[in-house]
Ligand binder design. Structure first.
Ligand code: S3P
Length: 438
């Protein structure tokens, strides 16, 4: 069913909100807990469709995972060599992270496996992980030049490699490191720009021998992983929608509680501040090895900027939200060096350019970004292309439009942000389910 929303401005956003757990960390927590020895407890786990798909995959691989309470998982790890051959294909749903990391982890197993995904995931490039994994000796076959499904042949010997990745991608780095757990010797990945480092941090917490610094990581093969409890912080990428909404809706004063503040994720904060946003970061504290802070956002006059290239990887998931803010800022915002946006859950440059144009904003698309002329957005119809972040960014922008914004195809918001409508409404959004046509 093509679920939709009707969204429009209501008034200032106020109060305090707490967004769900981090998607990247939730995926990795299930994966590492599954191949560790002993029982790990995960708290703050994201109950999103992407991470639920990853948990289901490990259940198919013979791992017992209990859910004693919402956002809690108890994972009975089977050890590095304890996974069992699945009886059916492994469905990663909409999750690029799930599929790419699993490709690395499954490449070193004794059994064969097949990874499949939904329509959007089936269009996303997997050659970027299949190629380095092949250099390690893995046998992975995709379709049509590297698209899912991925057929992984088990029982091969993997060897450590020193891989200079051509793309700044935490998913590529992580796939190679996870395969490196099963490889002989040391596996090293260097990346053209530093990306999120959750895999290497968590591997260390589970007892693997890893070394890392911004831009690279190494792991020694065949470690003994020991069960560890993981506390997942709130997802900065989910908080981002509220940061932008409260910045653009006049009179807003909103606090987002206990947000994960890993510096490889918070590029948007810097970009927003450069644009004039008023965001106060409360004292940084540590939760489960990650920095977290409360963020207080008040509406402020905003202006366009050239988004600094160096910020791009640290805000790669936040461009839909940034486009929404740029649409209401005075003057021009330029985004460059963000060609990776074209291979996300949708082509996010094209999807957001179309959304902004539908609401009366001028956008010039570039192969690696866009030029957005800020203005006064009006109501209209927006297509989210089944992309959760396009749907949420459009709902945010609607809080500052004159007129109603009709947003189609929003069901995938549940992949990363279950409860978004309820939380946004409580903060002051006007956001209602639209009846599907017919
Ligand atoms: C992720 C890495 C990023 C990001 C994605 C999650 C991860 O992708 O866009 O939402 O958990 O490693 P790339 O590493 O491919 O840029």
């Amino acid at each position: 069913m093509n679920m939709g929303w009707l969204a429009s401005a209501r008034g200032p956003l106020r109060g305090r909100v707490r967004v769900p757990g981090d998607k990247s960390i939730s995926h990795r927590a299930i994966m590492l807990a599954a191949i560790a020895e002993g029982t790990s407890r995960i708290t703050g786990f994201l109950e999103g469709e992407d991470t639920l798909a990853t948990a289901r995959v490990f259940a198919q691989l013979g791992v017992r995972i209990e859910a004693p309470a919402p956002s809690e998982r108890v994972v009975h790890g089977v050890g590095l060599d304890g996974l069992r051959a699945p009886a059916a294909v492994l469905d990663c749903g909409n999750a690029g992270t799930g599929m790419r990391l699993l490709a690395g982890l499954l490449a070193g197993q004794a059994f064969d496996s097949v990874l499949v995904g939904d329509e959007s995931l089936s269009r996303r490039p997997m050659g970027r992980v299949a190629e380095p994994l092949a250099l390690m000796g893995a046998r992975i076959e995709g379709c049509d030049g590297g698209l899912p499904p991925l057929r992984i042949t088990g029982g091969v010997r993997l060897r450590g490699i020193d891989y200079a990745s051509p793309v700044a991608s935490a998913q590529v780095k992580s796939a190679v490191l996870l395969a490196g757990l099963y490889a002989e010797g040391e596996t090293t990945v260097t990346e053209p720009r530093p990306t999120r480092d959750y895999t290497e941090r968590m591997l260390q917490a589970f007892g693997a021998r890893v070394a890392f610094s911004p831009g690279g990581a190494s792991v020694i093969g065949r470690p003994r992983l020991r069960a560890t409890d993981v506390r997942v912080p709130a997802d900065f990428s989910s908080a981002a929608f509220f940061l932008v909404a409260a910045s653009i809706v006049p009179g807003s004063d909103l606090t987002i509680e206990a947000v994960g503040m890993n510096p490889r994720r918070t590029g948007l904060l810097e970009a927003l501040r450069l644009m004039g946003a008023d965001i106060e970061t409360g004292p940084l504290r540590e939760e489960g090895g990650e920095p977290v802070a409360d963020l207080r956002v008040r509406a402020a006059p905003l202006h366009g900027i050239d988004v600094p290239l160096a910020l791009v990887p640290d805000m790669i998931d936040e461009f839909p939200a940034l486009f929404a803010l740029a649409a209401c800022a005075s003057g021009r915002t330029t985004v460059r060096g963000a060609e990776e946006l074209r291979v996300k859950e949708s082509d996010r440059i094209a999807s957001m350019a179309a959304a902004l144009r539908a609401l009366g904003i001028d956008v010039e698309e570039r192969p690696d970004g866009a030029i957005i002329e800020g203005g006064t957005p009006r109501g209209g119809e927006v297509e989210s292309h089944g992309d959760h972040r396009i749907a949420m960014a459009s709902a945010v922008l609607a809080q500052r439009t004159q007129g109603v914004v009709e947003i189609s195809d929003v069901a995938n918001v549940a992949t990363s942000f279950p409860g978004f409508v309820e939380l946004a409404t409580a903060a002051g959004f006007r956001l209602d389910a639209a009846s599907p046509p017919g």
